[in-house]
Design a protein around this ligand. Structure first.
Ligand SMILES: Nc1ncnc2c1ncn2[C@@H]1O[C@H](COP(=O)(O)OP(=O)(O)OP(=O)(O)O)[C@@H](O)[C@H]1O
Ligand SMILES: [Mg+2]
Length: 255
């Protein structure tokens, strides 16, 4: 059996919100993700999706249960783990190239090699010609591309993405979905991707975790059988539409 890259065992996170009252942000969540999976997480607002990512990144600690990466308990933020959030985290004072080279520079990678890494990812996300541009001169979709290139340039083994395309228009979003799919099809990182968008989850994921609200826990995990490489035309297939309906029903009728 394939080694489990990420494993959560009965993980809960409870927040004290004063006067003895508490909020259970994540309740008794268990699942495992193997190295080459692209797992999407969907669920109603407030069901604990972001908290789950923070827990795996060790930016939050579980109140109960255990999180393992490569079989070892997570006790501090792990350099193997990269994150992309919904707001842009590009540095406004650095050019596109400098933003992408920032992580590799921190890791002590030599300038000539850093340059090659930056060139490779600039090309993958289609930003050729904008290497020396500052973020304020870029559109929202272009900034998101810089963000994704930056995350991949750090060569993480695991990428946690929290609604990274949530703020984009439909066309830019589809383009970036395809670019992300292509990068994943080439590099096969472990990706955990939170989204509100059911079609996005079905388009990208090899599995989709469906969460419920109160209890903030896993309701179902769906295997997504569509073969790779995938393209947008998949959306027009009847099998895709069936899965879309199934996922919608799980979210709206079963909760
Ligand atoms: N630092 C915190 N202190 C107190 N409560 C929190 C904290 N972080 C999250 N919560 C609560 O935990 C629950 C889950 O929050 P979380 O942000 O993980 O949800 P989500 O699924 O990401 O929602 P959305 O889809 O709106 O982003 C919510 O009820 C939220 O109010
Ligand atoms: Mg969230």
């Amino acid at each position: 059996m394939e080694q489990e890259k990420i494993k959560l065992q009965r993980v809960s996170r409870v927040y004290e919100i004063g006067k003895g009252s508490t909020i259970i942000a994540v309740e008794d969540v268990s699942f495992a993700v193997s190295a080459e999976e692209f797992v999407c997480i969907v669920g109603p607002s407030g069901c604990g999706k972001s908290t789950l990512l923070y827990l795996i990144a060790c930016l939050e600690k579980p109140s109960a249960g255990e999180i393992l990466i490569d079989g070892k308990p997570v006790t501090e933020p792990n350099p193997k783990v990269g994150m992309v959030f919904q707001p842009d985290s590009v540095f406004p004072w650095l050019t596109v190239r400098e933003n992408i080279e920032f992580g590799p520079a921190l890791r002590g990678i030599l300038p000539s090699q850093r340059q090659r890494i930056a060139e490779y990812y600039v090309h993958l996300v289609g930003l050729e010609g904008f290497e020396n541009t500052l973020p304020r001169q870029l559109s929202g979709g272009m900034k998101k591309r810089v963000d994704i290139a930056r995350a991949f340039a750090n060569n993480p083994e695991i990428l946690l993405m929290d609604e990274p395309f949530g703020a984009l228009d439909a066309m830019t979003k589809e383009k970036l979905q395809m670019e992300l799919l292509q990068i994943w099809e080439n590099e096969r990182k472990t990706i955990l991707f939170v989204t509100h968008d059911l079609e996005e989850a079905l388009m990208l994921g090899t599995r989709v975790i469906v969460m419920s609200r109160q209890p903030n826990t896993i309701q179902t995990i769906l295997d997504i059988p569509f073969p790779h490489p995938r393209s947008m035309i998949l959306k027009t297939s009847s099998q895709f539409q069936e899965y879309r309906k199934k996922l919608w029903e799980l979210l709206h009728l079963n909760v």
